[in-house]
Design a protein around this ligand. Structure first.
Ligand SMILES: Nc1ncnc2c1ncn2[C@@H]1O[C@H](COP(=O)(O)OP(=O)(O)OP(=O)(O)O)[C@@H](O)[C@H]1O
Ligand code: NI
Length: 345
């Protein structure tokens, strides 16, 4: 990343792309507080309609009562076990769920409801997804054309210039422009995907597990791209299994479990002995970190078709009381974070 000081893509992007992309969202309500979230997800539920034998229709609930916020200039990490609903949340925000999905609750962007129409309008422009795999790119289209996306002829020159600057910044040599996706190495592919988000001048960037299998150097490099985006004023959502990586760059950590959020903690809460963490599951994740001796907890996340009356973590919780088996605990604000636990105070 030795070229960083010579070019200033942020400035280029801020000026150039206003002209190119043209219509930015002008629906921002005036006089809103600066602290308002760029993305506000409230009480989101998601289920899939499924047909079993004899055309019997069933609803499989995969996300329930899920609330999170993302703020400009901040990185929100989303962690949690496999199947806890992390990718589906990203797909719900981008409006790319399959047709048998039923979504309830509120998704607001910049103070206004994010309808399916608005999601489609903003996808790849105002809101970008950095997918996990290069398979999301068209295998038959040159890399540079995919990074630039669909643009009007008169803007092509400016976009090519921006693309070259961004490639240079991310250490992608000029010949990469003419390559097809299968010609890229794993690291190059990741940088191409990041470039797609950067050139889009998106304000909300969602990265879905961008780091698995990376060596230490490439991992840190990838993390630094997200930090750059947040420093530039973007709201970044980083979906990851790698809590240690998340702790390096994030401001807040949302802990997902079986389709809901059990805690949103500040990164500082993970320091020292983790005693400021609010939920027993987050504390268990903390104990499972390598520096804390990988202590695991017994049991597994409930399956979607299991009916659970009380707290979703009840079976595995070491602090459970009788009340925890009856009804879902309310989401409480504690010490600058939120938690869904009867015992937290
Ligand atoms: N189209 C679908 N129909 C039915 N169930 C689905 C569908 N898509 C996803 N699911 C289920 O929803 C749950 C949440 O999936 P999701 O992909 O969001 O998990 P995740 O937290 O991203 O997991 P991972 O960490 O493994 O990527 C999973 O149990 C998955 O099997
Ligand atoms: Ni996923």
């Amino acid at each position: 990343m030795g070229n960083k000081a010579e070019i200033n893509p942020e400035k280029e992007l801020a000026t150039g792309l206003e002209t190119v992309v043209g219509k930015r969202d002008k629906t921002v309500a005036r006089g809103r507080k600066k602290t308002e979230a760029l993305l506000n997800v409230e009480d989101l539920s998601l289920s899939f309609t499924q047909y079993s034998s004899g055309l019997r229709q069933t609803e499989l609930k995969v996300i329930s009562n899920l609330s999170i916020q993302a703020y400009k200039g901040e990185i929100l990490a989303i962690v949690g076990s496999s199947g806890s609903g992390k990718s589906l949340l990203a797909h719900a925000i981008l409006g790319i769920l399959p047709s048998n999905a039923k979504l309830d609750g509120k998704i607001e962007y910049d103070g206004n409801e994010l309808t399916q129409e608005r999601k489609e309008e903003m996808r790849g422009k105002e809101i970008a997804l950095i997918p996990q795999a290069i398979t999301y790119l068209d295998p038959l289209m040159k890399v540079s054309n995919q990074v630039i996306g669909c643009i009007e002829k008169e803007n092509e020159g400016l976009m090519r210039k921006l693309q070259r600057e961004i490639f240079q910044r991310y250490n992608l040599k000029p010949e990469v422009e003419r390559m097809l996706p299968h010609e890229l190495s794993g690291g190059m592919a990741r940088r191409v995907l990041v470039s797609t988000a950067v050139i889009s001048s998106s304000k909300l960037v969602i990265a879905d597990e961008p780091t698995p299998g990376l060596d230490e150097k490439t991992l840190n490099e990838t993390l630094s791209y997200f930090k750059d985006m947040a420093d530039k004023g973007c709201a970044v959502i980083l979906i990851t299994h790698d809590i240690e990586a998340a702790l390096k760059i994030s401001h807040k950590i949302a802990v997902f479990y079986a389709g809901t959020v059990l805690e949103v903690a500040n990164v500082e809460d993970f320091k020292n002995n983790g005693e400021n963490l609010r939920h027993p599951y987050t504390r268990a994740l903390w104990s499972a970190l390598p520096q804390n001796k990988f202590q695991a907890i017994k049991g597994h996340q409930p399956m979607q078709d299991e009916v659970i009356d009380g707290c979703i973590f009840y079976e595995r919780c070491s602090k459970k009381k009788a009340i925890c088996s009856q009804g879902t605990p309310q989401l409480k604000q504690i010490n600058g974070g939120v938690v869904r636990c009867n015992n937290a105070s």
